[in-house]
Design a binder for this molecule. Structure first.
Ligand code: URA
Length: 434
């Protein structure tokens, strides 16, 4: 391997790595290990790493390179040890969708069925929301736990959703922030290694991936989503994590709400035995997949939901992190309805447009240091397939500041598509990759 002990050689080393990938070559294991370690230590400049990320986006990586890149990202920080948790551990990761609040009912539901669910989550960036932002709308709830608190809550309650600590895959933390501002997020090797390095380092024994497909997702084409799912399943399996994936539809938002407090309220409806049918269907599909992966195939999540056991675990999980599960959630000061201009059926609701609207209303952030509004968001009064009469409300926009509503209104024309006939029913779960 090249001697990289002095500055000049280091610079030559990085440039060689960039050139190799630029020209379509395969990076060696040594090059990958050194690049990730040196970047984490601050010895590779952001502009060099940006050039390498772009070369990877354009040229791709072989399976062996992705596996090594992922291993190097895991090795950049700590790997949690959950061996003291008696129950089988299983987590879920979604590649991000509009109105995707599934983690909120799913985590306590799977815990109520006998598994332990360690959910290290992130904050939202761009048009898909972050689970922590949603939970932070609950008065008192805090996202930060020490590793010891995390393991204790996992043992005692069986369910934890909290922020990933700085020591978990720190290489990914730096690289993801850089990719976000250099147009290099959408590279399958980089997405797969980013997600899987964090999930493997978290220490879970099993993992179910919810890979979204459609206008509101990273991947709008089925073939790309399938490739991402297969790459991640193979990475998890190679690291001893039982991993499967569901490809699920993200062409319309999930449920009736997009935002923070509004999504928590909808998740609580599901835990109480109600809620929109698509949110319930996906929660149960992922719960079954997780319980299977955890070695609990006979558990019955529908029964646990019906009997209120998932709600009991939700309340314990929220209270363990300082939250008051019964406190009223924040309500927006301003609201405006968009109404149907004719009779018909809702043929579609553009997930991306609605996600962007919720973000601009204040529910999401443009830069990672921006604050978010707990109360802002969008409520879908009619979902695809439902009949409408002229004058019925279709969308409700909520914000703390009326100027934000005025700003998004012009962009929402045609977002909810009306037709004379009801649209054909769509499958929510499109495919399984195991
Ligand atoms: N989520 C991640 O954690 N990383 C990515 O690269 C994309 C989505």
């Amino acid at each position: 391997m090249t001697d990289l002990s002095n500055d000049k050689t280091k610079i030559a080393g990085v440039v060689d790595v960039i050139r190799a990938k630029r020209d379509g070559g395969r990076l060696t294991d040594d090059q990958i290990d050194w690049t990730i370690a040196a970047y984490t230590r601050g010895e590779i400049a952001d502009e060099q790493m940006s050039a390498l990320a772009m070369a990877i986006l354009l040229r791709g990586m072989e399976a062996g390179e992705i596996a090594r890149w992922t291993a190097a990202m895991i090795a950049s920080g700590e790997r949690l040890d959950l061996s003291s948790v008696a129950r089988p551990t299983v987590d879920k990761h979604s590649t991000g969708g509009v109105g995707d609040k599934i983690t909120l009912p799913l985590t306590p539901l799977v815990a109520a069925c006998g598994a332990a669910v360690p959910q290290l989550s992130g904050r939202g960036l761009g048009h898909t929301g972050g689970t922590l932002d949603k939970l932070e709308s609950i008065p008192g709830w805090r996202a930060g736990l020490s590793n010891a608190q995390f393991v204790r809550q996992l043992t005692e309650v069986g369910a934890v959703i909290c922020a990933a600590g700085d020591e978990l895959a720190p290489a990914d933390r730096k690289l993801y922030a850089l990719r976000d501002v250099t147009g290099t997020v959408e590279a399958i090797p980089l997405i797969a290694s980013s997600i899987m390095s964090k999930k493997i380092a978290e220490g879970t024994g099993a993992l179910v991936l919810d890979v979204k497909v459609g206008t509101g997702a990273f991947m709008s084409a089925m073939a790309q989503a399938r490739e991402l799912a297969r790459t991640m399943v193979d990475l998890g399996t190679a690291h001893g994590v039982r991993t499967t994936a569901l490809l699920t539809d993200m062409s319309t938002p999930l449920g009736r709400t997009v935002g923070n407090a509004v999504e928590v309220a909808e998740a609580v409806e599901v835990l109480a035995g109600g809620g929109p049918s698509d949110v319930v269907e996906l929660t149960l599909a992922l719960a079954r997949e997780m319980l299977d992966a955890a070695g609990l195939p006979d558990a019955d999540p529908a029964a646990a939901l019906g009997a209120g056991r998932a709600m009991d675990t939700w309340r314990a999980m929220i209270a363990a992190q300082g939250g008051d599960p019964l406190a009223p959630l924040p309500v927006a000061a301003e609201a405006e309805l968009i109404r149907a201009d004719r009779d018909g059926y809702v043929a579609g609701a553009d997930a991306r447009a609605i996600g962007v609207a919720a973000w601009r209303l204040g529910a999401g952030r443009a830069r990672k240091e921006d604050p978010v509004s707990a109360a802002a968001g969008v409520v879908l009064h009619r979902r695809p397939g439902e009949p409408v009469r002229a004058g019925d409300p279709l969308l409700e926009l909520r914000a703390d500041d009326p100027r934000r509503i005025a700003d998004v209104l012009p962009y929402l024309a045609g977002t909810v598509e009306l037709a004379e006939e009801p649209p054909p029913a769509r499958d929510l779960v499109l495919e399984r990759v195991g």
